[in-house]
Write a protein that binds this ligand. Sequence first.
Ligand SMILES: Cc1cc2nc3c(=O)[nH]c(=O)nc-3n(C[C@H](O)[C@H](O)[C@H](O)COP(=O)(O)OP(=O)(O)OC[C@H]3O[C@@H](n4cnc5c(N)ncnc54)[C@H](O)[C@@H]3O)c2cc1C
Length: 475
Amino acid sequence: MMLSDLRAAFAGRLLTEAADTAPFLTDWRRKWTGRALAVAQPDTAADVAAVVRWCHAQRVAVVPQGGNTGLSGGATPDGSGHAIVLSTARLNRVRSLDPMGNTLTSEAGVTLQQVQHAAQEADRLFPLSLAAQGTCTIGGNLATNAGGVQVLRYGNARALCLGLEVVTADGQLWDGLRALRKDNTGYDLRDLFIGSEGTLGVITAAVLQLFPRPAAQVAAFVAVPSPADALGLLALAQARLGAGLTAFELVSDTCLGLVERHVSAARRPLADASPWYVLIELSDTRSETEATAQLESLLEAALEAGHATDAAVSTSVAQFRCLWALREDISESQGAEGPAIKHDIALPIARIPDFIATTDASLARHFPDLRLVVFGHLGDGNLHYNLSPAPGATGAADRAAIAALEAPVNRLVHDAVHAHGGSISAEHGLGLLRRDESARCKSAVELQLMHAIKRALDPLNLMNPGKLLAPEPTP
Ligand SMILES: Cc1cc2nc3c(=O)[nH]c(=O)nc-3n(C[C@H](O)[C@H](O)[C@H](O)COP(=O)(O)OP(=O)(O)OC[C@H]3O[C@@H](n4cnc5c(N)ncnc54)[C@H](O)[C@@H]3O)c2cc1C
């Protein structure tokens, strides 16, 4: 197998020196490190196809990689050293923007933030928004079907994509860059590739949906007595704010305490502590005055109904950002408390209060030394249901102790998720992290269908093998 042939097969870059390839071989959280034959950085979709064709001919595995911010280990090669990491870093052009059709066509390696800026320059909004947006790429967002903070109003990455361009596992280029909102012409190939975590093909470009930019965004930080009251408030907000309701985030008092402890600029917005809070964002196409009036009227109704006990509403952009920072700084603050056990779960919204009550109690019974750190996108039924050790437990022995608890804690939480009709991965995908747990929770027929799709689109099992689905036993 000659790497010089691969170098000659495409016009982009091929990295082979250890110092050059190292950043591509370890994931964002430094949980997994692998090895690779080389890192290929093609310039164009045709170049991607040339790399994949070479890999197909040589029976070499391909690990697609965008910004390498994924949290499930999907973009890291295994330890065999036989794979090519295919980095989309140089597929970095916004190809076109259609303000009338409200679409933007972007190559896969453009960062989410660059797409947001391109939309903004045309007085449009691309609403996908997540903390890794300066580094993560559109290809990665679509391959993981990323979520973030505005899913409630605009949907996840899947809902924001109209068309795709993909290099198939045998190196053919499929041009599915259709800018159509309606297209009922058979199996939806686009939806197969979205969320497939690089296991079916390489996304090289996408047509994305844009929206009008809201005239005003207002936020409220609301004290609520319980998760059930948070749902009562959600129902009120949906009824009164309609499509203006953009985000509805749940934050426990433990989370707020962590942010207060670790972020020096953080200030509690309300005088008295409450066991739970909700952060509501309302965006309005008319004016800030109208948005504020609507939000205040909602909060009055919520106080009257007993779903809320206090609230603070932002009156400036700076205050809006401060309220959001209380939510966005939770992950980093939890990290400062030492090792954590994290779960990114989805549940039918109505079952969330029961899930929290029964799972919290069960964890307290079996793992009394762990603290629950619960927050998330309540409006989407998505919780980050995390656990931290007792305060100060940050030494090597504590790390080893929490690592030993990870598997039994995961099992307890995932069984509870399954029993409540939920999903063990709401927005971070399966990768390596949740691959086997997911197989445990899915029915035999669902797994059989997923393997059939994998076999049909990648019969040689060369596209990101071992991610999302465990390899099938050879007959
Ligand atoms: C601080 C932080 C905050 C985050 N917040 C959120 C959040 O709120 N919501 C959320 O959903 N995620 C979040 N994430 C996770 C991560 O940012 C997303 O999963 C993101 O979509 C990954 O994009 P990426 O370009 O970094 O992909 P990578 O990490 O490079 O790859 C992720 C997966 O996609 C595959 N892939 C990448 N590019 C392609 C391509 N062009 N074609 C085919 N397959 C490809 C890879 O093989 C891998 O399986 C967060 C991560 C961090 C570090």
